[in-house]
Design a protein around this ligand. Sequence first.
Ligand SMILES: O=C(O)c1ccccc1N[C@@H]1O[C@H](COP(=O)(O)O)[C@@H](O)[C@H]1O
Length: 197
Amino acid sequence: MKVKFCGLTGPEDISVANELKPDYVGFVFAGKKRRVTDEQAAALRSLLCHHIPAVGVFAAEPVEHILQLVISGTIQVVQLHGREDKTYIKKLRTQCDVPLIKAFSVADAADIEAAEQSDADLILLDNGAGGTGRVFPWHLLRLIKRPYILAGGLNLCNVKKAMAYAPYALDVSSGIESNGRKDAAKMRAFMRLVRSQ
Ligand SMILES: O=C(O)c1ccccc1N[C@@H]1O[C@H](COP(=O)(O)O)[C@@H](O)[C@H]1O
């Protein structure tokens, strides 16, 4: 099962990622808590093992900005975490040829249905606006019929249960932090739990 470590902000986080080799790392260009500037993200990308794709996480970002980050090689995958509609996705697709992840906040069966109809390459199921550290009602996952990334409140206590739903990937941010910063011990423990399966 694939793993994405999201919201990396410092060189020390990248060292741990290079050691653990998650399938993706995420740089957040949205919200306040984990937001990085273009320059910070470019510096982090230059330290990151070149086999690990960097995912840019955005919320209703101008397409031109995303394009700049793709062209400069700062990010290799785009994750849309806002209310981007089909027109936005079409515009992005015509201008940049990278895998596209669309996040959906899940509260009920209608949200699952909306996610299933997405034009994105992969859908990501989350609770709320992203980075909240809260889970959504996982029993709704039995309704989903396409591969998905499971996000929202994953941590060392619930990751095994999450894996039983067999998502394409697990995406974790808050659950591998202590005092608002990435915690190397939690990152290692999370990866151990996933890879020991
Ligand atoms: O992490 C953030 O600060 C963030 C801000 C705005 C949009 C998305 C954000 N992160 C995404 O949130 C999920 C899960 O986070 P958590 O494990 O519940 O903290 C993940 O997809 C991040 O990419």
